[in-house]
Design a protein around this ligand. Sequence first.
Ligand code: CP
Ligand code: NVA
Length: 307
Amino acid sequence: MKKDLISVKDLTAGEIEEIFNLTDKIKKDKAGFANVLTGKTLALIFQKPSNRTRVSFEVGMFELGGYSIYLGPDEINLGIRESIKDVAKTLSRYVDGIVLRTFEHKNVIDLAQFATVPIINGLSDLLHPCQALADIYTIREKLKNIKGISVAYVGDGNNVCNSLLHACSKVGINMNIATPKGYEPDKTVLNEARVIAKTKKATINLSAKPKEAVKDVDVIYTDVWTSMGQEKEAKMRKRIFKEFQINKSLVRLAKKNALIMHCLPAHRGEEITDEIMESKNSVIFDQAENRMHVQKAILIKLLGEER
Ligand code: CP
Ligand code: NVA
């Protein structure tokens, strides 16, 4: 049966560990994986812009011996020129896997339902699973022992925050989330994460107080205040999120060598200062690099022969 990657929630802790172990091998021996996806093709249906996701999937596929086809917003015109069902059924006859970056999360579910090839969620309004997996991998790479550590997410309770909630709870990382009132993470995701966290003895704290959230944590994470599709709200959000900036005075409250993380793209001077982005504990560009390595492991697991 084909496997999809729609949400981190659907992976077991063991499967996450398998992805990370394979990623370790891929990072150490790029040449050794040069032909594992020879003859395989990946379609990338993107309804929103992208730097990291598009490039890391395309380069990743190329380095594994496979091929990729980018289909931008004007090409397939998902659900408008053709129904999602028909796109799924047609593309399944040509390609071995599809990455979808879209607005409504339901589009990913629908595509997965009608496609006979694996579907990877390359970001929806609700979730960003590939990002969260690369993030936990990066934390694991830097801090080695991750069980029981604490991550503070400060900012908008958006898709990145939601997937991070799933991922942290799966691997037993404590999470403190600070958002302005009304900008909390998705309620269903939060409940799911709370149930999972309980089984791992991990905690999830929600507040509107960035200073409390970052106190003594091992990692501080943020993302843009205005996500793709919310551009009309940008001015209002800048005002509402003003007190949620990651800056020197906030970082000082965390553990001394706390990692600084951001999924990128960043709006320097808004959710994070230039100085903190460039500081020695910032692992932001390692995160970006790890997107490709972790996604290679995901591609091998979903599209490779040994699945
Ligand atoms: N972090 C991330 O997904 O970046 P892009 O939007 O550039 O793909
Ligand atoms: N929350 C951001 C993440 C971009 C990678 C957005 O959805 O635009």
